[in-house]
Structures are given as structure tokens and as C-alpha cells.
Design a protein around this ligand. Structure first.
Ligand SMILES: Nc1ncnc2c1ncn2[C@@H]1O[C@H](COP(=O)(O)OP(=O)(O)OP(=O)(O)O)[C@@H](O)[C@H]1O
Length: 269
């Protein structure tokens, strides 16, 4: 498969974002075909988060266009993502502190239900039925991610890796056509990253995934296609093997001050 496959779910065409005089993204073009994992990588300040925010509708590009399922998104907002079939996890976990794990995940499902127009009217028999269905669905996703035993817990009392899975469950419960993951590996142990890699590959049975990630090992293992940004420019793209072999990519990472500068994809101890 190549990125030029017909009918991508999401297509970005020459997206340019400027913050004052700074060009955070310069004519970046990329596509996300159905059933694929697309990675966005690049050194610090390359424009990854800005790209993620453009897709989410947090940042409006000055130039260029986005198409979702062939239709142009002119001024979508983050609130409209669920209705489009897009779910996201953010760098911060973004879990509701006062809600249990199950309630957090149900909040994700309710956002989806509202977006689909199944408004819940509390106190009716239908509402009780909807509530039960949402609970079932939320429990099912928690079970799939191996954290259902924590359903009644308050998230902050749980290990960070478990909280990350809860945040993932909250995104997945909406049954998105596309899942946006911002640094899903950050703060996880090597064993947890292994598990996450397997899980992301399994997601492609039902959803496309866009992953913005510093952790090179994860990106190289899970992505079908990788887009490399540097100073807002798309400097390389291709399969993990192509990106790994691209001298421009190595050059961009040289001097990068993080331990993620190794683009060989070799696992670090
Ligand atoms: N709201 C903003 N206002 C001004 N400049 C911004 C804003 N957001 C990002 N930038 C700048 O745009 C450039 C790209 O930033 P961005 O956060 O997208 O990079 P990144 O690749 O996600 O970096 P990192 O890996 O460090 O998170 C940087 O120079 C950053 O300082």
C-alpha cells in the first residue's frame, strides 16, 4: 500500500500555519488511508503538535485544506470531532478527576451518542436503557484494554500506565473511524510500550490511527507510513524502512538533544 491510495479518510493539502513570523507548518501535505497507522515524527519544534492541532481543529491553518472522507473541513472545532468519527488522546491524560474510570469512559461514549443525535432524556425508560448500553460498551472496551478491574477506581489513584489505557478506552469507546494519538508511549515502561504496539496494530481492524510520537521504536514498529517534519517542512515520508534509510532524516535528528534521536528503530535498553 502507498500513501497515494485512492480515497484517503483524511487528506491534508499544503497546510501552512504561522504564529506571527514563525512558520510552524509550511505546505504540509499528507493522507491517512483507511485501516492504516500513519506516524508523524520530527525533532523538537518540528511542527508535530501543530499538525495534530490542525487535524483536531484547535489550530486553523492560514493556507491549505483538509478533507475528511472526501469533504472539505472548513472550520471544524474539536467538539465536532466525535460527530465526524474522529477520537483523540492528548499528551496530558485529560481524565476527569472527580469521576471513576468507568464514568470517564462513559463520558467518551456519551459524547459520541450526543454527536450521533441519540440525546438522552434522563428519567425515561429509554434513558435507562441507553445508560445500560453505554455502561456495557464502556466495560467492554475497558476489558479489551485489560483494565476493567479498575472500573470503580478514581484514575489518579492508579499507576500512570493504567491511566493512559483509561484515556485510550475513552477515545475507543466512541468507535472512531480515525484515532489520533499524541505521544501514547510517553511515560510508559518498555513492557507497556510492547503491549501498546500490539494494540495499535489491532486497532487497524476497525480504525485508522495517526500517531504523533517521540518514541522512535514504537513508531518504527507500528506505522505503515511515516511523515517526517523538521522546522515545519515535510522533509521525508515513506515506510519505516524508507524513513530510517533517508539521510535527510538522520541529518534532521543529528544534534537533537533527546534520547529519541536514534532513528534506527533499534530498541534501547
Ligand atoms: N501557540 C503558539 N504560538 C507561537 N508559537 C508556537 C505556538 N505553538 C507552537 N509554536 C511554535 O511552532 C513551532 C512548532 O511547534 P510544535 O509544538 O508544533 O512542535 P513539535 O514538533 O510538536 O515539538 P515538540 O516535539 O517539542 O513537542 C515551534 O517553534 C513552536 O515554538
Amino acid at each position: 500500500m502507498t500513501i497515494a491510495s485512492p480515497s484517503p479518510l483524511l487528506a491534508l493539502d499544503r497546510i501552512t500555519v504561522r504564529f506571527g513570523g514563525l512558520v510552524a507548518l509550511n505546505e504540509v501535505t499528507m493522507a491517512v488511508p483507511p485501516g492504516t497507522v500513519v506516524g508523524v515524527i520530527g525533532p523538537n519544534g518540528a511542527g508535530k503538535t501543530t499538525l495534530f492541532n490542525v487535524i483536531c481543529g484547535f489550530v486553523r491553518p492560514q493556507e491549505g485544506s483538509l478533507h475528511w472522507r472526501g469533504e472539505q473541513l472548513r472550520s471544524h472545532s474539536p467538539r465536532e470531532l466525535a460527530g465526524l468519527g474522529i477520537a483523540r488522546t492528548l499528551q496530558g491524560l485529560g481524565l476527569f478527576a472527580g469521576l471513576s474510570v468507568l464514568e470517564n469512559v462513559m463520558a467518551g461514549a456519551q459524547r459520541h451518542a450526543r454527536a450521533k443525535g441519540f440525546a438522552t432524556i434522563f428519567g425515561t425508560r429509554k434513558a435507562a436503557h441507553d445508560e445500560a448500553a453505554l455502561t456495557d460498551r464502556a466495560m467492554h472496551v475497558l476489558r479489551e484494554l485489560g483494565v476493567d478491574q479498575h472500573a470503580k477506581a478514581i484514575p489518579r489513584m492508579l499507576p500512570y500506565g493504567v491511566q493512559k489505557r483509561v484515556a485510550l478506552a475513552r477515545a475507543l469507546v466512541a468507535e472512531p473511524a480515525m484515532l489520533l494519538l499524541d505521544e501514547p508511549a510517553s511515560g510508559l515502561s518498555a513492557a507497556e510500550i510492547d503491549e501498546l504496539a500490539g494494540r495499535i496494530r489491532r486497532f487497524t481492524e476497525t480504525t485508522s490511527v495517526v500517531v504523533v510520537e517521540h518514541h522512535m521504536d514504537l513508531v518504527m514498529r507500528v506505522c505503515d507510513h511515516i511523515v517526517v517534519l523538521n522546522f515545519g517542512e515535510l522533509i521525508a515520508e515513506g515506510t519505516p524502512a524508507e524513513v530510517r534509510a533517508d539521510p535527510l532524516v538522520t541529518e534532521a535528528y543529528l544534534g537533537a538533544d533527546t534520547d529519541t534521536a536514534d532513528v534506527s528503530g533499534a530498541r534501547r535498553a
